[in-house]
Structures are given as structure tokens and as C-alpha cells.
Design a protein around this ligand. Structure first.
Ligand code: FES
Length: 61
């Protein structure tokens, strides 16, 4: 859903630095202990859960 929404924003010429996404649906413990939120090397619960699209681009599936 996020990637489709972002694609629509990009089509409407919204700049990537103006787009923020929340990846909190991946979170479980919220403390950096369970690893459930980990995407690549990023712990969403520790570094987010809200990311600028420039940063989140590689995290969105
Ligand atoms: S939610 Fe458990 S490590 Fe991030």
C-alpha cells in the first residue's frame, strides 16, 4: 500500500523529501529486542517508525 501511495505522490510531483512513511506495522516489542521489525540492518522501532521517503525507499517491500 505504501509504495502505491508514494507512487501517486511522485506522479503528482511531490518531492521525495516531502513524503514521510510509517513502518510501525512491523513492530512487535518496540524495544529493539525481538528483531521482528528489522529490515536489512535497520530496526524500525529504534530508528523510526516514521521515515522520510528518501530513507524508507530501500525499506519498503
Ligand atoms: S519491534 Fe522488536 S526489535 Fe523492533
Amino acid at each position: 500500500m505504501i509504495k502505491f501511495t508514494v507512487a501517486e505522490f511522485i506522479k503528482c510531483q511531490v518531492k521525495p523529501e516531502q513524503i514521510w512513511v510509517s513502518l510501525e506495522r512491523r513492530m512487535h516489542c518496540g524495544l529493539g529486542k525481538c528483531g521482528h521489525c528489522k529490515i536489512n540492518d535497520v530496526y524500525v522501532c529504534l530508528e523510526g517508525p516514521v521515515f522520510n521517503y528518501r530513507r524508507a525507499r530501500d525499506l519498503i517491500d
